[in-house]
Ligand binder design. Structure first.
Ligand code: PSV
Ligand code: MN
Ligand code: MN
Length: 424
């Protein structure tokens, strides 16, 4: 299934006039910032799609098939091709090894480039046992009390780097399930020291133009302690590695009410925010659609990202990825909604009148500060986001276009109802 350019422009024509009127009206109300700058920034904004989000996700209670799910890496890339044609903002994929080891590297690279998809960070997996593995990760991987098991996990990460290098990836993301479920199970100091030693070894193996992203998460699958539980722990590990190691913020990896925007600001000030996983959550690592639960928090986070990208030039542009997956929605529809929500929050954050905000902060005018943020947040920026998509020949309304092109029906026809994607 490939969406052709003229299919999109035919669909766009049906709402063109309505869009133009809405856009002109909105643009005429924005005086303090050049709308064209916002549009071109949005048009360039690319968010990687994780290979594991393309099938209907599951919970530990069950997985419900959606039909037409991709069963191979080639099919996963084709699905991302669909997302990228519709949105113009999904031009990268994040692979998970061993789920996505290519059989034919040349063919996979050709498929990716036919869709203008780049290979973003590769992810290692030391949270599941592999059938042919000598040792089990039941009691940990890079932090394990036994050297043999740590070595196996280190070797896996090195293999992931080798695979990524062959594809043109430039970064490795490590998320560790390591932790303990009962008091006394772990010696915390030993678990941390082992992890540090293992990660430094992996870091030193990376090619010189690679970056390492270290995720953190407070709990799950372990429920008493997690070795890399928070951004401070991740930062300590990144600092132990060196300049090309960074913390990765996943929005769902915080305890309720954590001020994520402040974490973002602190990391960027120190040039250590390397990666970013978008999703939303009500309770924990829920992996819900971006912006589904706390859109204002997302806007405040983007405010810090926008500020940081402008002022903290020591911080690389973060590597963006959507990390959401579902049991009950068409995964492609869900990703379209997530991409849209991220663009909307980004556009709103760029609308903030930074000059006025800084003046209001200077004079400690608290109410004014709040109002300036609210002015931007309450602006309906959808015509700007749509214009950005139009400029790259994508769909004005990706979800509507997806439905009117009957993409899912087509995928079911091509691949069948009972397909299963490898992954979580
Ligand atoms: C587990 O929490 C997780 O959702 C992490 O966020 C990783 O990014 C992802 O799985 C894939 O390993
Ligand atoms: Mn994540
Ligand atoms: Mn997660």
């Amino acid at each position: 299934m490939k969406i052709e350019q003229d299919q999109i422009s035919t669909i766009n024509k049906t709402s063109w006039q309505q869009h133009n009127e809405a856009f002109d009206h909105l643009a005429s109300t924005i005086k303090h910032i050049d709308v064209e700058d916002i549009i071109s920034t949005l048009a360039e904004f690319q968010i990687a799609i994780p290979s594991w989000a393309l099938g209907a996700g599951g919970t530990r209670f069950g997985r419900f098939r959606f039909g037409g799910e991709p069963a191979t890496l080639a099919q996963k890339l084709n699905d991302i091709g669909v997302l990228h044609s519709l949105t113009g903002s999904a031009g990268a994929v994040s692979l998970h090894i061993p789920w996505d080891i290519p059989e034919d590297y040349k063919a996979i690279k050709e498929i990716a480039s036919s869709h203008n998809i780049e290979f973003d960070a590769v992810n290692s997996n030391t949270f599941q046992d592999q059938p042919d593995a000598q040792h089990s990760y039941k009691f940990g991987s890079l932090s394990h009390i036994h050297r043999d098991i740590r070595n196996q996990a280190i070797a896996h990460n090195k293999e992931v780097i080798d695979i990524g290098t062959k594809l043109g990836s430039k970064s490795l993301t490590i998320w560790l399930a390591d932790g303990s479920s009962f008091p006394g199970q772990h010696n915390f100091q030993k678990a941390f020291s082992h992890t540090r030693e293992s990660i430094v070894d992996i870091y030193n193996y990376m090619p010189e133009d690679w970056k390492l992203f270290i995720e953190y998460k407070p709990y799950e699958p372990n429920f008493y302690s997690t070795v890399i539980q928070d951004w401070g722990t991740s930062l300590l590990l990144a600092n132990a590695c060196g300049e090309r190691a960074f913390t990765l913020v996943d929005l769902g990896h915080h305890l309720p009410n954590t001020n994520i925007e402040q974490i973002v600001a602190t990391l960027m000030l120190h040039g250590k925010l390397g990666g970013f996983h978008f999703n939303d959550s009500k309770y924990g690592d829920d992996d819900l659609t971006v912006g589904a639960i706390k859109p204002y928090a997302l806007f405040l986070i983007f405010n810090e990202l926008v500020y940081g990208m402008k002022h903290n030039t020591n911080n690389p542009t973060p590597s963006w990825m959507i990390d959401a997956s579902h049991n009950i929605k068409d995964p492609l529809e869900d990703l379209l909604q997530s991409l849209d929500a991220a663009m909307i929050a980004y556009a709103k954050a760029m609308l903030i009148d930074q000059k006025k905000l800084s003046e209001a902060q200077q004079s400690n005018d608290v109410s004014r500060c709040q109002e300036i943020l609210k002015d931007a947040y309450l602006t309906d920026v959808r015509p700007i986001v749509q214009q950005a998509r139009l400029n790259v020949s994508a769909a004005l309304h990706p979800l509507e276009a997806y439905r009117s092109l009957n993409v899912r029906k087509q995928l079911i026809k091509e691949r069948g109802l009972k397909t299963a994607a490898t992954g979580l």
